[in-house]
Design a protein around this ligand. Structure first.
Ligand code: PLP
Length: 404
């Protein structure tokens, strides 16, 4: 289904700008290619697995970075060849690993249990293979039980993993590390490469085919005041420089990166009509056809950049007032924005809430209402990419005949 004019969009809905996504993906790849001629950009599926975006990654010859077997199957469904899938994440079972090894995917093992699954597979299939190991990292955001990430193998387990793999002629071909820190600054990548370097030293390997430094980069759109991150070239430079302390010619082997938020965060907007406006004890409260579950299910408290349109989707630019924008759910804290200055609102106006591309549609629980449609904007045309959920879709997994 296509919509020739934005006025025809089914509201509420998400709009994903494919052209924007495409140019961001290319920008990231180009920034890294100048330091790492063999860079593989593995889009982090979990950040937003709208198939229309994944197909675009595929058209751009990007890689798929997946963290579950569900995502692995999604990549195959989108048509990604096994060799261009990076299979990360904990709790990979024997069957998951067997599929991925069979298909020639890059498999980064997260535990000794996964190492043993690989050993079993190799013994059964007699096929020598190579795998990657994920390295455990400290997490600078925490000083409690999370001071060390729970992912990846600590140094002693890495050595044991390599011993067990060597025993069945499986080579450790790569090392992986990832950290999505709050700061997303260059020092995080210094620390991360140090952990990769230490792991490399302990393994006493001559070389590796690839190093995978994960995601964790930031990108702040100009409208997000007060948010700044290094640009992609600075990340690439820092990673190159930091790897140089441990590896000869860091640009000579393949570098894998797995960007999520920085690729897709500002690619999507949420369009919703204003349904009611109340004045409560001096606060103006505007109710919209969406909820905090749609636009910030991770629970962050930042007001997102928001444009106001008339019901005909003409931009509104009258004098501004302060509003709390609230959702339709029955949750007391369903505040989409607090004290946000917006042109004077009327019922029927449409809000476009930006920067809702990351951890939104993948994270929203089914709650009270059907999920809205998603439309992609590409080459000036709006096309349906996910239809609005129906009553029947919503309740499809439930049984209504339990007592029959
Ligand atoms: C293994 C892995 N790679 C990549 C990413 C994407 O990270 P970001 O969105 O910070 O770029 C994540 C997110 O948590 C992850 O767990």
């Amino acid at each position: 289904m296509t919509y020739q004019h934005p006025q025809k969009l089914p509201l509420p809905c998400f709009v994903a700008d494919i052209g924007h996504f495409r140019s961001r993906f290319r920008r990231i790849r180009e920034a890294f290619a100048s330091h790492f001629p063999d860079v593989a950009v593995g889009y982090s599926y979990k950040t937003n697995y709208l198939p229309a975006l994944l197909e675009e990654v595929e058209r751009l010859d990007g890689w798929a970075e997946v963290v579950s077997y569900l995502e692995y199957r999604l990549a195959r469904r989108v048509g990604v060849p096994g060799e261009r899938i990076i299979f990360n994440g904990p709790n990979k079972t024997y069957d998951h690993l067997a599929d991925a090894l069979e298909a020639g995917s890059v498999v980064n093992l997260d535990s000794l249990e996964e190492v043993d699954h690989v050993r079993r597979w190799v013994r059964r299939e007699g096929a020598p293979r190579s795998v990657g190991l994920r390295v455990n990292l400290p997490n600078p955001d925490f000083s409690d039980h999370r001071a060390h990430s729970r992912f990846g193998l600590p140094l002693s387990d890495l050595v044991e993993a390599e011993r067990r793999l060597r025993d069945v002629d499986v080579e450790v071909a790569g090392l992986h590390a990832h950290l999505s820190s709050n700061a997303r600054d260059l020092s995080v990548f210094e620390e991360l490469t140090r952990a990769l370097g230490r792991a490399f030293d302990r393994l006493e390997r001559d070389d590796l085919d690839y190093l995978d430094v994960g995601g964790g980069m930031g990108y702040a759109p100009p409208e997000m005041e007060g948010l700044t991150f290094p640009d992609f070239t600075a990340y690439a430079e820092k990673i190159h420089e930091a790897l140089g302390a441990w590896f000869d010619e860091p640009g000579a082997r393949r570098l894998m990166i797995e960007p999520g938020i920085s690729t897709v965060g500002d690619t999507m907007s949420f369009y919703t009509p204003v349904r009611a406006i109340k004045e409560i004890e001096g606060r103006r409260v505007a109710f919209v056809d969406g909820s905090i579950q749609d636009v910030k299910p991770t629970g962050h408290t930042r007001n997102l950049p928001t444009e106001v349109f008339t019901s005909e989707l003409e931009p509104k630019s009258c004098s501004s007032r302060s509003y709390d924008i609230v959702g339709y759910t029955c949750m007391a804290d369903d505040y989409i924005a607090i004290d946000q200055s917006l042109p004077r609102l009327e019922v029927g106006d449409v809000l476009r809430i930006d920067n809702v591309g990351a951890y939104t549609i993948v994270f929203t629980p089914p709650f009270i209402r059907e999920a809205p449609p998603i439309v992609v904007l590409d080459d000036g045309e709006y096309r349906e990419a996910r239809r609005g959920e129906s009553f029947d879709d919503f309740f499809a997994p439930y049984r209504f005949d339990v007592h029959d």
